[in-house]
Design a protein around this ligand. Structure first.
Ligand code: 5GP
Ligand code: ZN
Length: 149
């Protein structure tokens, strides 16, 4: 912890701390870091928790849901920690395209591309979200019903 006493570091903090933007950047970085520490899906991404992977590249991971709601139930997630679909921004365009491409590839690989499937993104409490790391449920292998309830 010696770096805290480093005069150059202290000068840097003092000269920037008054600036609102800098302050909120630090706060959001710390909050994001703390959330990632306790996030189940981040732990699956870094291998701390095991999963039955079906696809992986540098940005996207897909694995079987632990509690499947249909014969095929895959979770497709960004490796980057994004809490909900509401936190997605302009910089994530390519990432979202990769996720959709991955869903289509898995659906084809599992033989449900043509028959059909459902992609669900539960969001916040009323949306039924329980894990706060963005994930796309790819569900198939049976007739889906509507309304979903
Ligand atoms: P949500 O309710 O947030 O839309 O979806 C979270 C999903 O994650 C649920 O379908 C749940 O079964 C799944 N899930 C929760 N914990 C784990 C886990 O440790 N491993 C896997 N593979 N799936 C999980
Ligand atoms: Zn996460």
């Amino acid at each position: 912890m010696n770096w805290i006493h480093n005069p150059a570091f202290r000068r840097f903090l003092l000269s920037n701390f008054g600036k609102k933007q800098f302050f909120w950047k630090i706060v959001s970085f710390v909050l994001r870091f703390l959330k990632m520490q306790s996030c189940i899906f981040c732990k699956i991404v870094n291998g701390e928790i095991s999963s039955r992977k079906v696809y992986e590249d540098e940005k996207v991971l897909a694995f079987h849901d632990i509690n499947p709601q249909a014969p095929i139930h895959i979770l497709v997630i960004p490796k980057k920690h994004i809490m909900t679909i509401r936190e997605v921004n302009e910089d994530d365009k390519d990432l979202l395209f990769s996720i959709i491409k991955t869903c289509n590839k898995i659906a084809d690989d599992m033989g449900i591309g043509e028959k059909g499937f459902r992609i669900v993104v539960n969001t916040n409490p009323y949306g039924g979200q329980t894990v706060y790391h963005l994930h796309f449920h790819l569900i198939g292998g049976r007739q889906m019903r509507w309304p979903p309830g």
